[in-house]
Design a protein around this ligand. Structure first.
Ligand code: SAM
Ligand code: SF4
Length: 511
C-alpha cells in the first residue's frame, strides 16, 4: 500500500565506478512514512483528491499526496470514504469557479453528515478567487494557492483544532459560521524555489508500477500573453535548484520510472532567475535549461526525457543542439503556436512571428527529421478575421502536426484581452474550432496509417485492462501503441512492428 512500505535502502549504492554518478545524486534519506503495521491500516485517514487542468496541477497533486502520506493520509477513489476532500483547481478557462462551486455543492451532504470531514480547495481558482469562494461556500475549511502547498500540514492542524473548539461549543453544521483558512500569498523569494524531497517526498504508488513521471523544474511565467491567466495565478518565473531536481529524478528512477517529463509553464527559461538573466536573449549565450537536459540525460536509469511547455519566443539554437546531442530526449515536441496570423500573434503578445515559428521548427527538423510536433491553438481570439483564421489553417496544414490541442478563446478576468472590444461571437468560434479539428483529424489519421509496417521502439507504460495480453506504450515519436505480448513487458523499451492504426493509436507485435 502507498507510503507504508515506502522506505528506501541506500546502503548498497556504489561509491566508485560507473554507478557512482547515480549514487552521487541519490536522494537524501527520505522522511520515513510511519509504519503503522498491517492491522492498523484501517485507522489510516483517507484523502479524496480531484484534479483539474494542466500537467502542473497533476504534479502539484502528486506533491500533496506525498506530503499527506507523511501525515498518514492514503488516497481513496471513493468520495464517501474520505476524511479529507481536496479539489485542486484550474483557472485557465471561463466559469472555472462555477465548476468548483458546483462540485462543492455535491459534496455538501457529506460535510453535513460529518462536519469533521476537511474540505480544501487548492490550485489556481483558490489563488485567484479565494474571497468569492469563501463567501459562496462557507463550509470550505481551507483555501490555498500553489505557492502554499508546504503549509498543508499546518492548515490541517488548524482545522482539526477549530473543529474541536466547535464541538466543545456544540455548534452544528447549520449554525456554525465557518471562516476558511485562506493562504494565497506568493512566496517572496527573489529567485529560485524549493521542493525539497525530504520535506515533500515524491508520491509514488507502489501498486501502479509507474513508468513515466513529471518533475517540476520551474514555476510561474514572465511572458504575459494577453489571453492568459497564468502569470497572475502562478506568479513570476522561479526555478528549482538542479540538485533538488536530480534528487527527485533519482528517487523516481530508483522506483522503476523510465521516462522523466520536465515540467514548467515555460521550461526554456529554466535557471535564468538563478543566474540573474532576464531572458534567454540576455544570458550571454548560456541556456541553463539545455545544461539541465544534459545533466538529467546522464542519470543512469533515465531512458527517455520529455519536457513541456516550451514557448517558441525563447526557443534558441542551443536547445535545438540538445536535441541533436541527446538521444534520450524523445522525438516528439510540443511547441505551442496559438495562431498562424502575425496580426493575432502580435495582439496575443506572443513575441514571435509565423516566419520565426517556422525558423525554430527548421532548427529542430534539421537535426531530427522524423520529429513529431504538436501544438496549442486558440480560435476566435478577439479581432480574429476569416483571413486570420485561414492563416491558422494553412499553418496547421504546412506543419503536419501529430496532434493539436485546440481551444475556443475564453475571456479571463484580469487579462488584457478581456478589454479588447472586438470579441468574436460564440457561433463563429464553434465553426472555426470544428473546421480546425476536422483538418487535424485527417492529418493524424494519415500519419498513423503511414506508421503501418514500420518498426518502432516502444516504451511500455501500462497493461490494457480490457484485453488479455495487451499493453499500451509510446513510440519514440510519442504515438500511443497497443502491443501484443503474453509476457510482462511493463517498463521495457522494445521494437514493435506496427500492423494496424486508427485515429487514436497504433497497434503492433514485438518485432
Ligand atoms: N505556456 C504554454 C505556452 O505558452 O506555450 C501554454 C500553457 S497554457 C496553461 C495552456 C494552453 O491553454 C495555452 O497554450 C492556450 O492555448 C490555452 N489557453 C490559455 N488561456 C486561454 C484562454 N483565455 N482561452 C483559450 N485558451 C487558452
Ligand atoms: Fe500563459 Fe503565455 Fe506564459 Fe504560456 S507563455 S503560461 S500562454 S503567459
Amino acid at each position: 500500500m502507498f507510503g507504508i512500505k515506502n522506505k528506501i535502502c541506500f546502503d548498497t549504492l556504489p561509491t566508485s565506478g560507473p554507478e557512482a554518478l547515480f549514487a552521487k545524486y541519490m536522494p537524501k534519506p527520505q522522511v520515513e512514512y510511519p509504519n503503522v503495521g498491517e492491522k492498523n491500516e484501517t485507522y489510516l485517514k483517507k484523502v479524496y483528491m480531484q484534479t483539474w487542468g494542466c500537467q502542473m496541477n497533476v504534479a502539484d497533486s502528486e506533491r500533496m499526496l506525498g506530503l499527506l502520506g507523511t501525515l498518514n493520509y492514503r488516497p481513496t477513489e471513493n468520495l464517501n470514504d474520505a476524511d479529507f476532500i481536496l479539489l485542486n483547481t484550474c483557472h485557465i478557462r471561463e466559469k472555472a469557479r462555477h465548476k468548483v462551486v458546483s462540485r462543492l455543492g455535491e459534496i455538501r451532504p457529506l460535510k453535513e453528515a460529518n462536519p469533521n470531514i476537511i474540505i480544501a480547495v487548492a490550485g489556481c481558482v483558490a489563488q485567484a478567487e479565494s474571497q468569492a469562494l469563501a463567501k459562496e461556500v462557507p463550509y470550505i475549511d481551507m483555501i490555498f494557492g500553489p505557492d502554499q502547498i508546504e503549509e498543508l500540514p499546518t492548515l490541517i492542524e488548524k482545522v482539526i483544532e477549530k473543529n474541536e473548539q466547535e464541538r466543545k461549543t456544540e455548534e452544528t453544521f447549520t449554525t456554525h459560521k465557518t471562516v476558511p483558512f485562506i493562504l494565497t500569498k506568493f512566496d517572496n523569494k527573489e529567485q529560485g524555489y524549493s521542493i525539497p524531497i525530504d520535506v515533500i517526498p515524491p508520491y509514488y504508488d507502489e501498486n501502479k508500477s509507474e513508468v513515466t513521471r513529471y518533475v517540476n523544474i520551474i514555476k510561474g511565467c514572465n511572458n504575459f500573453c494577453t489571453f492568459c491567466v497564468v502569470p497572475y495565478t502562478r506568479g513570476r518565473e522561479k526555478s528549482r535548484a538542479e540538485n533538488e531536481i536530480l534528487d527527485e529524478v533519482n528517487f523516481l528512477v530508483n522506483k522503476g520510472v523510465k521516462e522523466i517529463i520536465l515540467l514548467g509553464q515555460n521550461v526554456n527559461s529554466y535557471g535564468l532567475d538563478l543566474i540573474g538573466a532576464t531572458d534567454v536573449h540576455s544570458s550571454n549565450g548560456k541556456l541553463p535549461f539545455a545544461d539541465l537536459l544534459h545533466t538529467v540525460s546522464n542519470v543512469l536509469g533515465v531512458e527517455r526525457i520529455r519536457f513541456t511547455t516550451s514557448n517558441p519566443h525563447d526557443f534558441t539554437p542551443t536547445l535545438a543542439d540538445a536535441f541533436a546531442k541527446l538521444p534520450k530526449v524523445t522525438n516528439s515536441f510540443h511547441l505551442a503556436v496559438q495562431s498562424g496570423s502575425d496580426r493575432i500573434l502580435d495582439r496575443m503578445n506572443r513575441q514571435y512571428t509565423r516566419a520565426e515559428y517556422f525558423e525554430r521548427v527548421k532548427w529542430i527538423r534539421d537535426v531530427r527529421p522524423e520529429i513529431a510536433f504538436s501544438t496549442d491553438i486558440i480560435v476566435g481570439f478577439p479581432g480574429e478575421t476569416e483571413q486570420d483564421f485561414e492563416d491558422t489553417m494553412s499553418l496547421v496544414q504546412e506543419m503536419q502536426y501529430a496532434f493539436i490541442y485546440a481551444f475556443k478563446y475564453s475571456i479571463r478576468k484580469g487579462t488584457p484581452a478581456t478589454r479588447f472590444k472586438d470579441q468574436v461571437p460564440e457561433e463563429i468560434k464553434d465553426r472555426r474550432l470544428q473546421m480546425l479539428l476536422d483538418l487535424q483529424k485527417k492529418e493524424t489519421e494519415r500519419q498513423n496509417l503511414a506508421e503501418i509496417a514500420k518498426v518502432r521502439n516502444v516504451l511500455i507504460l501500462y497493461k490494457n485492462r480490457k484485453e488479455e495480453n495487451t499493453w499500451y506504450g509510446r513510440s519514440y515519436e510519442g504515438r500511443l501503441v497497443k502491443v501484443h505480448s503474453p509476457r510482462n513487458i511493463m517498463g521495457l523499451i522494445l521494437p514493435v512492428k506496427i500492423t494496424d492504426a486508427n485515429l487514436i493509436a497504433l497497434e503492433g507485435h514485438l518485432a
